[in-house]
Design a protein around this ligand. Structure first.
Ligand SMILES: NC(=O)c1ccc[n+]([C@@H]2O[C@H](COP(=O)([O-])OP(=O)(O)OC[C@H]3O[C@@H](n4cnc5c(N)ncnc54)[C@H](OP(=O)(O)O)[C@@H]3O)[C@@H](O)[C@H]2O)c1
Length: 340
C-alpha cells in the first residue's frame, strides 16, 4: 500500500510544498525505516524554503529535521535500533561526536537528505537517537533542532555554574528551551521578550526576571542593574545580529555569549568593535552532535522537563502549519501529527 510524503521545491514559497505517493521504504545496510508519528517546523525550514540558509535545499526533498516515529525495519548490520523502538534523528546526518566540521555540517535531513514530513522516514543508523519515554510524540518531535541548540549553546564549552546568571534573548523555541535548560542547571534566568503576555508565560516557565524590550528598549542596562552592574555570565542570543550588540553590552567580563539566532543586522547598523571592548568569549553554534542530543535527553528525563508546544496540526494540514508558524507568532513548537 502506498503512503504519502510531502516534498518541497525551494524558492516558491508554500506553492513549493506538494505531496507524492511514497512506497514503504526498504532499509539498506546500516539504515532504519521509521513510521513517522509527528514532526515539527523550525525557522531553518522557512529559510531553506526561501533560499536563505547556508545549505541549499535539494528540489523535491522531504522537508523537516525534527520528528519522531517507530522503527519498523532495520537493514543489515544495524545494532543501534530495534523494530518497535521510538526514535528521533540527528540534525546533521553524520555528526556523532567531537567538533563539527564544514563537511559534517553540509549534510542535513530535510535539506539535502529526506526529512520527516512523510509517513515513512529513512535514517542512517548513526543518526538514530532514542527519545525519553515520558514525552508525548509531539514533545519528542521537538528536540532535535531548537532543543539541542539551546542545550549545546548553554553547556559548551563550559556550562553555567549553579546560581550563575543566564540571559536569554528571543522567545522562539530556542529561547524557551534555553530557559528550561538553564533552570535545570540551577541558574538564575533573565529573559528578554516583547509583550506583557509573553513575559507572564516566561515567568511561569521558570524565568526569574523578564524584561519587555518594547517597554525597555535599553534592556542591556536593565540586565546590568539586575546583576549589580556585572552583567550576565552566560548569554543565549536566539535572535541574531539585531540584538547581538545589546547582548554583549549586557554580558559580564569573562562571560560566554552564544549566538544562535540568524536574523541579520538591520541595514546601516554601525560596525566597529563587535565585542564592545569587553573580554569575553563569543561563539556561534550550529545545533549539536548526536552525543549532545543524547546528553540533553538524559538531562530532560532526569528533571521531567517537557518542551513547550504551541499548536498541533494534522498531517493533511501541513501547509497551514507552515503558515501559522510564519504568521501566528507562536509561543512554543508548531507540530504536525501523523496520528489519526
Ligand atoms: N545556530 C543554530 O544551530 C540554530 C538552531 C535553531 C535556530 N536558530 C536560529 O535561532 C533563531 C530563533 O529561532 P527559534 O526557533 O527560537 O524562533 P523564531 O520563531 O525564529 O523566534 C525568534 C524570536 O525572536 C524574537 N525576535 C524576533 N525579532 C526580533 C527583533 N527584531 N528584536 C528582538 N527580538 C526579536 C521574538 O521573540 P519576542 O517576541 O519574545 O521578543 C521571536 O519570537 C532563528 O534565527 C533561527 O534561525 C539557529
Amino acid at each position: 500500500m502506498n503512503a504519502i510524503a510531502y516534498q518541497m521545491d525551494p524558492l516558491r514559497g508554500l506553492a513549493g510544498l506538494s505531496t507524492r505517493t511514497q512506497e514503504i521504504p526498504v532499509a539498506g545496510p546500516h539504515q532504519v525505516v521509521v513510521k513517522v508519528r509527528a514532526a515539527s517546523i523550525n525557522r531553518r525550514d522557512i529559510m531553506l524554503m526561501e533560499g536563505k540558509y547556508p545549505v541549499t535545499m535539494r528540489p523535491g526533498v522531504v522537508p523537516l529535521v525534527d520528528g519522531v516515529g517507530e522503527v519498523i525495519a532495520v537493514g543489515d548490520g544495524v545494532t543501534r535500533a530495534r523494530i518497535g523502538d521510538r526514535v528521533t534523528g540527528t540534525y546533521f546526518v553524520g555528526w556523532v561526536d567531537g567538533p563539527q566540521t564544514q563537511a559534517l555540517g553540509s549534510q542535513q535531513y530535510g535539506a539535502n537528505h529526506d526529512g520527516w514530513l512523510a509517513e515513512y522516514a529513512v535514517l542512517q543508523e548513526e543518526s538514530v537517537v532514542h527519545v525519553p519515554a515520558y514525552l508525548t510524540d509531539e514533545e519528542a518531535a521537538s528536540l532535535t533542532c531548537a532543543g539541542l541548540v539551546a542545550w549545546a549553546g548553554l553547556t559548551k564549552p563550559v556550562p553555567p555554574s549553579p546560581g550563575a546568571t543566564v540571559l536569554t534573548v528571543g522567545t522562539g523555541p530556542v529561547g524557551l528551551f534555553a530557559i528550561q535548560h538553564a533552570k535545570m542547571l540551577g541558574a538564575r534566568v533573565i529573559s528578554i521578550t516583547s509583550s506583557p503576555d509573553k513575559a507572564e508565560r516566561l515567568r511561569k516557565l521558570g524565568a526569574d526576571e523578564v524584561i519587555d524590550r518594547k517597554q525597555t528598549p535599553d534592556w542591556e542596562n536593565a540586565v546590568l542593574d539586575l546583576t549589580g552592574g556585572d552583567g550576565a555570565d552566560h548569554v543565549i542570543d536566539a535572535v541574531g545580529m539585531i540584538t547581538l550588540p545589546k547582548s554583549i553590552a549586557a554580558a559580564a567580563y569573562n562571560s560566554q555569549v552564544t549566538l544562535i539566532g540568524a536574523f541579520p543586522a538591520p541595514a546601516g547598523a554601525p560596525t566597529g568593535d563587535p565585542l564592545g571592548g569587553k573580554y569575553l568569549a563569543l561563539r556561534r553554534v550550529a545545533v549539536g552532535s548526536r552525543t549532545d542530543l543524547e546528553d540533553m535527553n538524559r538531562a530532560l528525563a532526569e528533571h521531567g522537563v517537557r518542551p513547550v508546544i504551541d499548536r498541533v496540526f494534522p498531517f493533511e494540514q501541513a501547509a497551514e502549519a507552515y503558515r501559522y508558524f510564519e504568521e501566528g507568532d507562536p509561543f512554543g513548537k508548531v507540530v504536525i501529527s501523523l496520528r489519526s
